[in-house]
Design a protein around this ligand. Structure first.
Ligand code: ATP
Length: 436
């Protein structure tokens, strides 16, 4: 076997997009009607991969710790949430319009700030206008100011608005965190680069409440936790970079931000952010709602509004980084092979089970038995009896299945099967008992 080194810079976005579509990971949203820009639909393998990522995160950051509380807040929230948080006034991107072709672009993401990438003309942009990225909607059968709401542009506010509820129900010691996963919506000016910049996406966010005296050590601990997460995702350490965001570029609420960037096939871009949000959000809620957000340290009179460290993870960007890291090409017996070397815990399918020949009932029956036993144990097991064995292996390699199990005539004699490994293509004889 000839190994081909996987270097991130060799992986092309087009290869990933086409594999994702062809093999049922990710489709363009509303494809049958010509699509809807900035939206994507997950197919059977994509949803499995995405859930594996999200469940792994929940296990690591919520179930695996004793200082973390999960919530699942409504996407639609009282408009005061977004007024108090500053999103109504400041959640904007600079928009420019070309006077020649009328294409609209996000000014801060243009390669050449004077040249329209749509028509190629220079000097056709006016002054940038601030464009608010929230999707506005009405709640109920009326359309007046009081019924206005927004599809949430971040999950974080659903955490802040539940901070008091969680403290009242559980009275946790500081520091403690509240975690949430769920959809977020941003009316991005130019969605692009596959799922990297979408209008509807998913976030996994934590607000970690700390005594303001100790924010720095909590921040450092979260830097380390984020790095551990990248390792668990199987991202090569050399492809992840920490960017200390300078004050001028930080969000309005942040006193310190580190962007973790990744060498995506589209270049080095933000994978997730870690921000020290101070007491900005709880302070605003206290001011606008008139309700105290103070925390009293148990057994003392020490009361204060906690400060917050916020690791904010984007699911789509994690998934895109996982796909790019797993994508490999090599040569097998003179043929090019494409495979996804997912870490086993992320693979959408763990085992594929085949009878060597599908027209031999005794093999099929035995294979069904092994399939059912493996499926009862692992769930994510696929039956595959199409084409010859070599083709089945290629198909499973392409979707990143770590193990292919083949039932042959020897199985009927000694209850052993062939197990073929994705990355090495090595085959071994394993007893069925051992496997299930
Ligand atoms: P960018 O500068 O790329 O627009 P951002 O700094 O606005 O991103 P945050 O507000 O920090 O992003 O959001 C936290 C995380 O949510 C990001 O690190 C990213 O993983 C994810 N995210 C944000 N916007 C999008 C989007 N349009 N599509 C997919 N994921 C997104």
């Amino acid at each position: 076997m000839q190994e081909v080194e996987n270097s991130m810079s060799d992986v092309k976005l087009d290869d990933i997009v086409s594999l994702a579509k062809r093999r049922g990971f990710i489709y363009q949203g509303s494809d049958v009607y010509g699509g809807l820009s900035g939206t994507w639909d997950y197919g059977p393998l994509g949803v499995a991969l995405k859930r594996n990522i999200m469940q792994l995160w929940w296990k690591m950051f919520v179930d695996g710790r004793d200082d973390m509380y999960g919530v699942d807040a409504a996407i639609l929230m009282n408009q005061k949430v977004w007024q108090a948080s500053g999103h109504v006034d400041t959640f904007t991107d600079p928009l420019v319009e070309c006077s020649n072709c009328h294409a609209r672009h996000r000014a801060d993401k243009l390669e050449d700030p004077n040249k329209c990438p749509a028509c190629g003309m220079s000097g056709t942009f006016g002054e940038p206008k601030q464009f608010n990225m929230m999707f506005k909607t009405n709640v109920g059968p009326v359309a007046d100011e009081s019924s206005i709401s927004y599809l949430r542009p971040e999950t974080a506010q659903g955490i802040f608005t539940n901070y008091k509820n969680v403290v009242d129900s559980f009275y946790p010691d500081l520091p403690f965190g509240i975690a949430q996963q769920g959809k977020a919506f941003r009316n991005e000016i130019s969605p692009r680069d596959f799922i990297f910049r979408s209008r509807e996406f998913e976030q996994m966010e934590i607000e970690y409440f700390v005594d303001p005296e100790h924010w720095e050590e909590a921040f450092e601990q979260w830097v380390a936790q984020c790095k551990e997460w990248f390792t668990v995702l199987g991202l090569p350490a050399e492809s992840v970079h920490e960017l200390e965001v300078p004050e001028d570029d930080r969000a309005h609420y942040s006193k310190r931000t580190i962007d973790f960037e990744f060498d995506f096939p589209i270049g080095r871009e933000e994978l997730m952010g870690l921000a020290y949000r101070t007491d900005f959000d709880l302070g605003n809620i206290q001011r606008v709602s008139g309700k105290s957000m103070e925390y009293t340290v148990k057994g003392t009179n020490n009361r204060f509004v906690p400060h917050v460290i916020e690791p904010s993870f984007g699911v789509e960007r994690a998934l895109m980084a996982v796909l790019a890291s797993a994508y490999r090409e090599d040569e097998q017996n003179g043929d090019k092979r494409t495979y996804l070397a997912f870490p086993e815990h992320l693979a959408p399918v763990k085992f594929a089970v085949s009878p060597l020949l599908k027209n031999k009932p005794e093999l099929v029956e035995k294979a069904r038995e092994v399939y059912r036993a493996l499926k009862a144990k692992h769930g994510a097991v696929m039956w595959d009896d199409n084409g010859n064995i070599g083709k089945r292996y290629r198909r499973q390699d392409e979707i990143g299945t770590p193990h292919c199990v083949v039932i042959d005539f020897q199985t009927l004699e000694d209850n052993t099967v062939t197990v073929r490994e994705r990355d090495t293509t090595e085959q071994s004889r394993v007893a069925i008992n051992e496997l299930v």
